[in-house]
Design a protein around this ligand. Structure first.
Ligand code: SIN
Length: 190
């Protein structure tokens, strides 16, 4: 399996910073199994969430991969998620968790207040699985993706839970996401 751990250790966009804002858009929204100093709802501009990345290590296996979230560029789109202020040593275990194709990238992020309005900006870090990584699956009909998600299981549990938990977390954030909600609807057929 392709492994980005070593590559990510070279991607020190926040060298010397005592704390870093990490923006989570997938499992990092609802599964914060790492230490953080503070968390705030936030969004990033120019990106859309898609279930176009294979999971061989968490929500599937090399023989029967699952599908998990990544981001694609989409001008003027907004992707809502959760920002966590972390200390730099938290990155090492995150690099391992995100090793199947995700690379650290630096992006501008906007924090959101209780009314859903953007309030302040900061540079942040995302883990991005771009379309040139070996585990990138790309687009497929919604029903096909839902069927794959319904049947895949991996060391972190059923792939179905990843999607359902993400959809629930986005609803709690009051976030719009047509792709995720449509995919979750499809999942009910399987
Ligand atoms: C993220 O959640 O921000 C990255 C993708 C994932 O771990 O699901």
């Amino acid at each position: 399996m392709f492994d980005t751990t070593a590559l990510n250790q070279q991607r020190n966009f926040f060298e010397g910073h005592a704390a870093i804002w990490l923006f989570g858009y997938g499992s990092l929204i609802w599964k914060a199994d790492f230490d953080f100093l503070e968390r705030r709802p936030a969004y990033i501009l120019g990106w859309e969430r898609r279930f176009w990345q294979a999971s061989h290590d968490h929500r599937g296996t090399p023989e029967a991969p699952g599908r998990v979230a990544t981001l694609i560029r989409a001008k003027d789109s907004i992707c809502h998620g959760m920002a966590y202020r972390i200390t730099p040593e938290v990155l090492a275990p995150l690099d391992v968790r995100e090793k199947n194709g995700y690379l650290r990238e630096k992006v501008p992020l906007t924090f959101v207040d209780d009314n859903g309005n953007g309030v302040e900006q900061s540079e942040g870090l995302i883990y991005l699985a771009s379309d040139d990584n070996p585990a990138f699956l790309g687009e497929a009909p919604l029903a096909e993706m839902a069927q794959q998600i319904a049947s895949a299981h991996g060391p972190s549990g059923p792939n179905r839970d990843y999607l359902v938990n993400l959809a629930r977390a986005l609803q709690e954030l009051g976030a719009e996401d047509t792709h995720i909600f449509a995919l979750e609807q499809q999942l009910r057929h399987f």
